[in-house]
Write a protein that binds this ligand. Structure first.
Ligand SMILES: Nc1ncnc2c1ncn2[C@@H]1O[C@H](COP(=O)(O)OP(=O)(O)O)[C@@H](O)[C@H]1O
Ligand SMILES: [Mg+2]
Length: 294
């Protein structure tokens, strides 16, 4: 994958429509995969094509996938629960089903599962990956998760190194070989390597562009400004704003002016509100006229 494009914003503003429009535009330059990470899917609807978790070619050079997010989370927690079960074999009372349902409801699990799913698609052989994200908060947390995980992994690695040092000192006292090849440290370092790779792509403005989608109305604009601040704090490459469903009236004009002020320094694209919701490739090509690849 050469480049990734993320679309974030409040539910209903037009993330899926703008993401699909950009994907059709990109498909003239190379092989594109568009995925939806929003549990409230409508990518298949917008593309007028039935989608599944496996990428499907919907037009020349344009592939799309719509993973079942509940299923992704369930499989993710099942894998963790099984891992725990292996490591705590002696705990006969450990109930796997119960463990899975507790994990499913644990904070951060949805973000981790979504990140793992995203990485799976990032590794696939496409030139461009377009991501139609879950509504705001969760999308920003998914994208900043690699950085947070790296901080955690560093602390864990240091902690483990201390333990290994003590083990080595004890071994030395008993006249045994001094250097220990620690399996836990090995796993932690491997995880760190993988996470660094992902973090590098997500944070690099040369490989990733984030578009905030909003409407020229009070709440979506305020939400957009909030996302911009969150992305800034997480050092994520925010590149453009899509003002969708624009109409030429006084209120929209006023909000549009506010948007230009609040988002000075990034590209602002404006898509009109069409008489009927844009669906299918021809109409998406038309929407794509209003936005650019940044
Ligand atoms: N520019 C537009 N003009 C008219 N309808 C639009 C436009 N953009 C999106 N819509 C419609 O608005 C609804 C929400 O858009 P969607 O792209 O699904 O938003 P999101 O993915 O952010 O929830 C959909 O029914 C969509 O077809
Ligand atoms: Mg959507």
């Amino acid at each position: 994958m050469k480049n990734m494009f993320s679309f974030v914003g409040k539910g209903g503003v037009g993330k899926t429509t703008s993401a699909a429009a950009l994907a059709t535009k990109l498909s003239k330059r190379g092989k594109v995969l568009i995925i939806s990470l929003d549990p409230a899917h409508n990518l298949g609807d917008v593309l007028s094509s039935e989608l599944s978790e496996e990428p499907k070619e919907v037009a020349p050079n344009l592939w799309a996938a719509e993973p079942d997010i509940d299923n992704v989370i369930r499989n993710f927690t099942k894998d963790i629960a099984e891992e725990i079960k292996i490591h705590y074999k002696y705990l006969k009372v450990l109930n796997l089903d119960k463990l899975i349902s507790v994990l499913e409801l644990s904070p951060g699990v949805e973000e981790q599962a979504l990140l793992e799913e995203l990485v799976k698609f990032m590794k696939m052989d496409f030139d461009y990956l377009v991501v139609d994200h879950a509504p705001t908060g969760i999308a920003v947390r998914v994208l900043s998760l690699p950085s947070i995980m790296l901080m955690w992994l560093d602390s864990l690695i240091n902690l483990r190194k201390e333990i290994v040092k003590r083990k080595e000192a004890l071994a030395k006292l008993r006249g045994l070989k001094e250097e220990i090849e620690d399996p836990v440290l090995k796993i932690l370092k491997e995880e760190k390597g993988k996470m660094e790779e992902t973090d590098k792509i997500i944070k690099n403005p040369l490989s990733h562009s984030i578009y905030i989608v909003l409407n020229p109305e009070e709440l979506p604009v305020l939400e957009g400004i909030r996302i911009k601040e969150m992305l800034g704090r997480a050092q994520l490459p925010f590149k453009a704003v899509v003002v969708n469903k624009y109409v030429e009236d006084e209120e929209a004009t006023r909000w549009y002016k506010k948007i230009l002020e609040a988002f000075a320094g990034v590209k602002v694209f404006r898509i009109p509100k069409f008489k009927k919701p844009p669906k299918g490739l021809d109409e998406l090509n038309n929407v794509a006229e209003y936005i650019e690849v940044v």
